[in-house]
Design a protein around this ligand. Structure first.
Ligand code: UD1
Ligand code: UDP
Length: 378
């Protein structure tokens, strides 16, 4: 029986890891151990509840307004002794957060093999996304298995000199997560009606724009500029803007100040994955700087304007569903107006694709890990 430790702590890691934990729990010969750093609290708990996951260890590390330095030090200091005590056979980390980086480093310090889920995404700019681009590169340095979501991410790892037999293309587990959620909504119409009933109701004749924004590199001016652009759109266009606001105080502050009293703008607390997925499916347009939402929007066929200067996920842009527009409010107003009034431009961006995966990534990861253990015997 191989014991596989999953170290995660933020909302997006939990969303992208839960299908993998489910898959290892179903597979023969493995026992998953869930170690939460608690880098996030409420936003992590929302996912744990919907995915029906229980933590084996919860380090509960989140502090309000935490700095990168203290969080990083705290995660390493807390995770390392847990791994030393539990001695799992492998540690899985996901993506590019502080938890992923420090979870991988703690495993390395304890000489435990590391598998990196969602390996090889690169923007090429170490400050964008900040600090995630660099976190992800550093995880790669200690990973024994690189689980790349796409061919592009595999090629980036090959170009950096990682051994071909350590890199496997799996698809992104976010597609597994979204399909699981869709199936849950479809299987229970009463639950779906309840989820949808709790959301702001569609305003007659208004098109709904779903917004999320939280990137650290946009804190100084970007988030305020995005918010001013949205305010102008809410006042000048026949739209309803729904914006679940990330709990980071650097986001809450400017967003509430600029958009708090604007008609046709609904500022909501972060939503659980079920209602958020339902909103994505009903949205006319999505405006976001989120990594995960960029990957989900093509799967639901909703055009997505990405309020970032770079993306390590160009597959959505290449598939035609995403447009990289930066965090400038004026540009957002221009691009949203174009998509609201140019039906052909809107239709061209509205086809559903799955450039990031086919929903079967988690099962592939189980088999790749199984083969890795078999290869170690010989
Ligand atoms: C983190 C990740 C980022 C990821 C994002 C997803 C790093 C460096 N950043 O950024 O890659 O895209 O999560 O959302 O790993 N807070 C709460 N409750 C919560 C979550 C956050 O109150 O459930 C508040 C706290 O004040 C916390 C602050 O948000 O101190 C910042 O959280 P942190 O995880 O450091 O950064 P994020 O901006 O969330
Ligand atoms: N999400 C959610 N509720 C929300 C906003 C987003 O469940 O109110 C989901 C979204 O569907 C995606 C993930 O959270 O799967 C993205 O997380 P986030 O934007 O926090 O992080 P990123 O992907 O940018 O690292």
């Amino acid at each position: 029986m191989k014991r596989i430790a999953f170290v995660f702590g933020t909302r997006p890691e939990a969303i992208k890891m839960f299908p993998v934990v489910h898959a290892f729990a179903r597979a023969e010969g493995f026992r998953p151990l869930v170690i939460l750093t608690g880098q996030h609290r409420e936003m992590l708990d929302q996912v744990m509840a919907v995915a029906d996951l229980k933590a084996d260890v919860d380090l509960n590390l989140m502090k309000p307004g935490q700095s990168l330095t203290e969080l990083t030090a705290n995660v390493l200091t807390a995770v390392s002794p847990v791994l030393a005590e539990l001695k799992p056979d492998m540690v899985l980390v996901q993506g590019d957060t502080t938890t992923a980086f420090m979870g991988a480093l703690a495993a390395f310090y304890n000489r435990i093999p590391v598998a990196h889920v969602e390996a090889g995404l690169r923007s090429g700019n170490k400050y964008s996304p900040y600090p995630e681009e660099t976190n992800r590169r550093m995880v790669a340095q200690v990973a024994d298995l690189h689980l790349a979501p796409t061919e592009r991410s595999r090629n980036s790892l090959l170009a950096e000199g990682f051994a071909p037999d350590t890199i496997h293309v799996t698809g992104n587990t976010v597609v597994d997560a979204l399909q699981w959620i869709k199936a849950k909504l479809d299987a229970d119409p009463a639950a779906r009606a309840k989820v949808e009933g709790d959301l702001p109701q569609p305003a007659l004749g208004k098109r709904m724009i779903l917004v999320t924004n939280h990137r650290r590199e946009n804190f100084d001016t970007g988030i305020a500029s995005v918010a001013r652009g949205l305010a102008e759109l809410a006042r000048s266009e026949n739209v309803q803007i729904i914006f679940p606001v990330h709990l980071n105080p650097n986001v809450q502050g400017p967003v509430k100040q600029i958009l708090g009293d604007v008609p046709n703008v609904h500022l909501l607390p972060p939503l659980s994955y079920l209602p958020f997925a339902a909103l994505m499916m009903h949205a006319h347009l999505i405006v976001t700087d989120s990594g995960g939402v960029q990957e989900e929007a093509p799967a639901v066929g909703v055009p997505v304007l990405v309020t970032r200067d770079t993306t390590e996920r160009p597959e959505g842009v290449e598939a035609g569903t995403a447009l990289l527009i930066g965090p400038d409010g004026g540009r957002i107003v221009g691009e949203v107006k174009r998509l609201l009034h140019d039906a052909a431009a809107y239709a061209a961006m509205s086809r559903a694709h799955n450039p990031f995966g086919d929903g079967k990534a988690s099962g592939r990861i189980v088999e790749i890990v199984r083969r890795w253990f078999q290869s170690q015997k010989g």
